[in-house]
Design a protein around this ligand. Structure first.
Ligand SMILES: Cc1cc2nc3c(=O)[nH]c(=O)nc-3n(C[C@H](O)[C@H](O)[C@H](O)COP(=O)(O)O)c2cc1C
Length: 185
């Protein structure tokens, strides 16, 4: 498959199948993904993998945190279904970067880690491993960070929910780049 096709065909996956994620596959994809551009070759990333019980603990922590916000006003059945859907995510990969106090370094590092994550998503897609790049207020929560082993001075760039899938969601169309394109004269 061409790079263009992989870029266009990759979708964020919200519903995963029961098929377990192979940790060795994740690691081998990361070994390619780290060839992302990164200024000064700082390689400003670190990966925290969680599956099984460890992942369930993180999911339960997030569920407690969103109980008073996202889940406010939901009936018990809807809450239970939401928790179940979240527990069914086979694995998490939390991608973190060091938070450099110098704004230009911070920005370069965030850009580099984002490039790495997209590399990883595309490589995973080719192997039929789907993911959802997830964020939210909880990534700043002390309890979640501690449970995930995120160190002080590190920023979570993405909580990648990973798993195999049976269905590919429909694409949401993109604006043609020509509409955002100007040439200075
Ligand atoms: C930095 C970043 C954060 C994201 N956070 C979330 C999120 O918290 N929840 C979610 O459902 N999707 C999240 N997404 C996925 C986008 O919603 C998704 O890429 C977009 O809807 C386009 O769908 P596609 O990836 O299938 O093309 C995030 C994507 C990025 C790049």
């Amino acid at each position: 498959m061409s790079i263009a096709n992989t870029i266009r065909e990759r979708r964020s996956i919200h519903r995963f199948s029961d098929r377990p994620v192979d940790k060795e596959l994740v690691l081998s994809l990361l070994k390619d993904a780290v060839w992302a551009p990164n200024h000064g070759l700082r390689e400003p990333w670190r990966f925290i993998y969680a599956a099984g019980e460890a992942k369930d603990r993180l999911v339960r922590c997030v569920m407690e945190l969103v109980e008073g916000t996202k889940m406010r006003g939901w009936d018990e059945e809807k809450k239970a279904k939401f928790v179940q859907t979240n527990l069914a995510v086979p694995a998490y990969l939390i991608v973190v970067m060091p938070e450099d106090p110098r704004p230009h370094i911070w920005e370069e590092d965030l850009a580099a880690v984002s490039a790495l994550i997209q590399n990883f998503q595309l490589l995973a897609w080719e192997r039929e491993l789907g993911m959802l790049w997830h964020t939210g207020d909880y990534i700043f929560n002390r309890k979640f960070r501690e449970m995930a082993g995120v160190q002080p001075g590190e920023k979570i760039v993405g909580v990648l929910r990973m798993g195999h899938f049976d269905e590919i969601p429909p694409a949401r169309p993109r604006t043609d780049a020509s509409e955002r394109f100007t040439e200075l004269s």
